[in-house]
Design a binder for this molecule. Sequence first.
Ligand SMILES: Cc1ncc(COP(=O)(O)O)c(C=O)c1O
Length: 439
Amino acid sequence: MITDFPTAPLDPPGPADREADLAALGGPAMIGREVRRTPFPVITKEDVLHMLLSLRQDPAKTVDAFAESYRDYVGAAFALPTASGTASLHMALVGAGVEPGDEVVVPAFTFIATAQAVVAAHAVPVFVDIDPRTYCMDPAAAAAAVTDRTRAVMPVHVHGLPADMPALRRLCDERGLALVEDASHAHSARIGDHTAGSIGDTAGQSLMADKNFPLGGEGGIAFFASAEAHARAVDYLARHGIDYRMAPIAAAFGASQLERLPYYDRVRARNAAVLGDALRQTGLFEPPHVPEGHVHAYNMYRIGLRPERIGLDDLPVHAVKQAVHELLVAEGVPAREWQNTPIPCHLPFRHRDGFGGGYPFSLNPGAVRDHRPEDFPNTLAMLESTLVLCRELRSPVEYERVLRYGEAFAKVAARPDAIRKLAAGGDCPPPHRRAARLG
Ligand SMILES: Cc1ncc(COP(=O)(O)O)c(C=O)c1O
């Protein structure tokens, strides 16, 4: 039987942990194998009861009740619960008035579903580079990509940090475009008092298992600022006979999880702050940048590398990253890449088969580009010089674990000799030269 109950307690790190040799060189791992699991979501007996009892209720009532309470939490005017995040983004685009053949500006760095939702709406994604500090859509790049056929701009709140919505709002207002949020990483993220999902004209949000607010397996929700946009999406589903409905059992789970979302958000924010302080002291590592007034939801925590600060700037940064990655994993810190090439370089956008016969790309050949990774230099630089923590910091993990992560980063940063040896010795192509990977 799989149990979430911890098999061993995690002690806070002590001086001996810091002085020990690197785990990759035979020392003890900072996080032992027996304590590496970070189960999430937490499932209480109330969650279980609520889900079981919901099976006796009118399914539509269960889903509507969840959607209404989460809509209220987000502060959006209208909501449409869906079976997945991709479906919610499709509905957000339809609600925003996107028509077949229209262009929608999307970031080159996101999950592929952002761009595939544009294709699902029979429109053409136009990819732009990211801001080098926030990793979200660069508003200047978005402005440069607007043409007469652009209908919407769809930023992604990457990893949980809201994109520069004020700048994108100005762009959309000036050019008469709809602003559509992909808020899939950004549950409870905010700019000032405005929660992600309620800032654009419409929004889509995934509620699948890897998100900060997971409804069990799959789920999503679209938000709309106007009754017209909401009606357009609802009418589209009815007219086309498309069933994108959320499963009632997922909605029931969501309703009881929602009560604890603010608690998880606070634990995540605390953990991110503690780890950020630890990383700043290492020299080599940098925590995520959060602009003033933005609240990051930390669905993922992207860590920058600054090899020049520990005398490793003669090595390619991606080689340093790969070496550090190996050393961290040996310490029990499951750091990852999460993507290794810009989204337009993945097969669906290189081949552009779409729905067959090149549709919908064939509706607007002028918007179609044969992209190379080098077309997105900020995305490439980020992929080469950063690592990500995902579930390990997303779950409400113990304070001791976060302290141990911090110590593991410090232990690795204190060994430029070991990093150099690994980085100089191995075969290490830049991330985008390897086969394209999602996640
Ligand atoms: C940024 C982003 N957008 C959209 C999606 C699509 O959501 P789903 O998998 O629920 O369809 C995801 C999901 O993983 C995502 O990370």
